[in-house]
Design a protein around this ligand. Structure first.
Ligand SMILES: Cc1ncc(COP(=O)(O)O)c(C=O)c1O
Length: 496
């Protein structure tokens, strides 16, 4: 695979190696990519979408070993609230290293952990912070999801979990069981359902409504169905240990739940003594325009799952829960890497920076502007089927505009077109990833520090890529696959 050209080659003095041998650097990159393909697992993902070799990064810009630069609209899958190598993050690392603090401490108390806990609790929704307990997990979102499921199962003495269509919660056994992505499960014997008895409920999704009606009515039906199912003595659902929900589905294609629906889920679970777990791994730390996405609806969960941005670029994952749920015995969810001193320092610095600089509000403003511009282009670019999301968690579903519309007015998803748009973006120096049903939704996850100029540049490159790929597809007269019969390749890649 060759490294694609980008429109902004770095100056030689800026280049990763500091030399002028661009051709030599390209050969180095090609060698690294070749060895990666030969040695790494076939499960690698982003490395397939972006055959580049990052050497340096700052803010929103990644520079390859060959000196080519890209605007990064993936941000470590939503991790980098402040972009790459932000000065406050680097300063926190340097300060911690110079202090001589131990870098690995299991779950012992340290000044860095104490400070991180202060910083995190300061951000929590009112009514939750006063009663909060925190558990430091293994440093990935998926381990925190496991902890949340296990905690609620322990507290309630029940086993089942209510989870939603389109959900993404991680790849370990319990997290995968509550994840919706069929392709990720169907190759595992038993379908990865062993860790929990999962009842799958319809997540409200206006454009691809599970009830075929869309809009507010679709969300109302989802809530009514949930309530009736739980109360139906012949509904087959034994009272579960928890409901787990994302306030905005990220990997599921940037699908926001209406606030009224989330409040309905809170009421339904509270009335039936079912703990509500809100997975804020991707939506947290300002991304959706509030520090925590639950704040939009005013819902107070029983357990919140947090990772990604809370570590300020470094791996960190926690659950925060109501003290009434603090029923674990010592060692109930242990793990070696729960005391990552550097991540606690960078995490605390990031949380405080986001608060002090009003970056959640900034995400709301810039996100609304970007979404409005994309909405305005739907006539000009009919491949844009739907523009959705919240704050700077934006999804653009690409469709076959020539295909039939369904009862909600949606055209068939166009995963092949989406794949070509992603590649055309890379050619134009823009990194965007796909997600959602059939892997046909372009996901824009820029850092919250994105400037107005960068936002414009992202949209210029993105829409230019869509225009070019659509024109090519029209010229080739290529029909896009129907959503009812996605290609095997698209099914395997959907959602990740
Ligand atoms: C909502 C949500 N939960 C959990 C996870 C899993 O996190 P990790 O990839 O760190 O295991 C993700 C990852 O994308 C996520 O978006």
């Amino acid at each position: 695979m060759t490294v694609p050209p980008a429109p902004q080659p770095a100056k030689a003095a800026d280049s990763a190696t500091g030399g002028e041998a661009a051709a030599g650097d390209e050969a180095v990159a090609a060698g690294i990519l070749r060895r990666q393909r030969a040695r790494e697992s076939s499960a690698r993902t982003y490395a397939r979408s972006f055959p580049i070799v990052p050497a340096r990064a700052k803010g929103m810009t990644i520079e390859g070993t060959d000196g080519r630069r890209y605007l990064d609209c993936l941000s470590g899958a939503g991790t980098l609230a402040l972009g790459h190598n932000h000065p406050v993050v680097l300063e926190a690392i340097q300060r911690t290293l110079e202090s001589g603090a131990p870098l690995h401490v299991l779950d012992l108390a340290t000044p860095e952990k104490d400070d991180f806990t202060d910083a995190l609790f300061d951000t929590l929704p009112k009514g939750f912070a006063d009663r909060a307990r925190i558990h430091f997990c293994g440093p990935a979102g998926t381990d925190a999801v496991e902890a949340a499921l296990k905690l609620t199962q322990t507290v309630t003495g029940r086993r089942g979990v209510l989870a939603f269509t389109g959900a993404y919660h991680g790849m370990t056994a319990g997290a995968l069981a509550v994840t919706g992505n069929v392709a990720a499960k169907e190759r595992i014997a038993g379908g990865a359902g062993g860790a929990a008895d999962v009842t799958r409920l319809p997540y409200p999704f206006s454009y691809r409504c599970p009830f075929g009606v869309g809009g507010e009515r679709g969300a109302e039906l989802s809530a009514a169905y949930t309530e009736r199912l739980l109360d139906d003595p012949a509904g087959g659902v034994v009272r579960p240990a928890a409901m787990i929900v994302e306030p905005v589905q990220g990997e599921g294609g940037a699908v926001p739940a209406p606030d009224s629906w989330l409040r309905a889920m809170r009421r339904i679970t509270a009335e039936r003594d079912i703990p509500l777990i809100v997975d804020e791994v991707q939506t947290g730390v300002g991304r959706t325009g509030a520090f925590w996405a639950v704040e939009h609806s005013g819902v107070t969960p029983d357990v919140m799952v947090m990772s990604k941005a809370i570590g300020g670029s470094l791996p960190l994952a926690v659950i925060v829960y109501d003290r009434d749920y603090d029923a674990w015995l010592p060692g109930a969810h242990t793990g070696t890497f729960r005391g990552n001193t550097l991540a606690m320092a960078t995490g605390a610095a990031t949380l405080r920076y986001v608060t002090r600089h009003g970056l959640a509000e900034r995400a709301a403003t810039v996100g609304a502007r970007m979404t409005a511009r994309l909405e305005g282009l739907r006539h000009e670019l009919p491949a844009i089927g739907d523009v959705r999301g919240r704050g700077l968690l934006i999804g653009v579903e690409l469709v076959d505009a020539e295909g039939p519309v369904d009862s909600c007015g949606a055209h068939p998803a166009a995963p092949d077109l989406a794949e070509r748009v992603r590649a055309a973006c890379l050619d134009r120096g823009l990194i965007i990833e796909l997600g959602g049903r059939f892997n046909a939704t372009a996901r824009l996850l820029p850092p919250l520090t994105i400037t107005d100029e960068q936002a414009e540049a992202v949209l210029d490159r993105f829409t230019d890529a869509i225009a070019r790929v659509s024109a090519e597809a029209r010229a080739q007269g290529q029909a896009q696959p129907q959503p009812q019969a996605p290609t095997q390749q698209a099914r395997q890649k959907q959602g990740r």
